[in-house]
Design a protein. Sequence first.
Length: 577
Amino acid sequence: MKVRSSYWQLLPYLWPQWPLLIRGLACILGFVLFTLAVPYLAGQVAFYLGQGNVNRIAYWLGLATVVFLVRGLCQYGQNVFMIAAALNMVLNLRKRVYAHLHKLGLDYFETTQTGDLTYRLTEDIDRVGEIVDKLSHQFLSNFLQLIAIPIYMLYLNWPLTLAGLILAPLMAWLIGQFGQRLLVLSRQSQNQVSNLSAMLTEVFSGIRVVQAFAAQEYEVKRFNKEAEINRQAKYRALQLKSIQFPVVGFLEAVSIMLLFLLGGWQISQNQLTAQGFISFLAAVALLIQPIDLMISNYNEYKQTEASVERIFELMAKEPSISEKSNAQAMPRVMGKVEYRHVDFAYNPDQPVLKDLCLNASPGDVIALVGSSGAGKSTLINLLLRFYDPQKGQILVDDIDIRDVTLTSLRHQIGIVPQDVTLFSGTIAENIGYGQEKLDISAIQEAAKIANAHSFITQFSQGYHTWVGERGVNLSGGQRQRLAIARAVANDPRILILDEATSALDSESEALVQEALERVMQNRTVFIIAHRLSSVRRADCILVIEQGQVVEAGTHSSLLSQEGRYARFYAQQLYTDE
């Protein structure tokens, strides 16, 4: 059973806002003190109304006007200062969560729904900001009023006060029970909203496939089913809140009726004056709003606790890949790469690479050939330290890549993926991706190397042309050439080509092949080959099967061996024909 509230985890993010919190607290205290003056003023006005003394009535009403004005200014101050503190906390929390997500390994994102992460970073954090704002001024102000006003009521008439508070323990117990149940229902509701958000992200990202397979009706039905589950989850929470307010409201009404009964009896016995009773009733009236707001805030507090849990569930995730405390920045490398007896498995009982050894000298072009699932992409993922091997070492220029910072390692490597990902922004921003200040001359040089400069300059805005989400405004060949330009913009010494010409037509492929010839000079290049025609000029071709290098050599030497590579090559020639 959880004893400590999840809200305590927010304190490190809220504490830096202490100057704003202190100002807000001062305004809250002022608001409560001036609120306490209202029942006394009401009693005085009632007394002189009974006497018909207009001058004294005007005096006390003027004083009441000043009290309400200052009280309103205090209320404005508490709202402004506490809202500012809550928004600053939300901003810092959102930054920290987003930065933490970028520290997590590729394995985490491969098993997590994007829509769920988006919901936690937006809706969940916004919910937390809203409740912290309410807790910091509404809840605190109401709490202080619920302490100060009953003390004043005890001073005025303790028997009436005790009669009015006789049902308070029952009300507090009921509110607590409703709150715990709301927390459970809110967890279910918010998890369901996250699932709905994840489904929408998935569908809209793959809308081309949805339409190509005429699956719109299928997706609509799937959405309707998820939306109905979401409706039911929300309805249960709202239904519980709908029960709570009439129950608590009934108990409040019973308490007030007891007050009138006892107050009337005291007046009949000359133990209470009408002036005193009106002053007491004014204090009771001032209690009703804080009680209702406390109930409402407590409900939101318990509902939002589910969001707090979901946020810090992310923060508790440990990166699968981490830097050593003494990791150094990798110096500019020549491009020597060595795999020493590397073992790797995504699942312990399913090894992907077994005792793999590989040596690449600076400037070598290494082609990786093999069937799907043989371990080609895994080998590259290990070089980029998306994963760490369970056994063995990977060295670049005789430096173990686990001894250097991730940023300095990955800056040495350029990659052109088979499936190109472009981001919303300009062409220049996509080529210079990751650069805080764009070096336009270097970006243009990279585009020329990738034979992209000519088509870029044909756009009316040139390098400032806007690229739509995922590059929808560009053809497949253009996207691929931008990916090549992005890969060489930082002049990496190691280059990875994952079938870089697969998406190009014949004309574009010729342009890119010409560019790649220039790009590959004086660089160590790894080519993940699906079409064997693209690796004929590689210095070394490695045939990988079941995580092991089973053949190695040049194109001609491997053909002469009439082994696995020769069979792959003959099969592709037959398929092409």
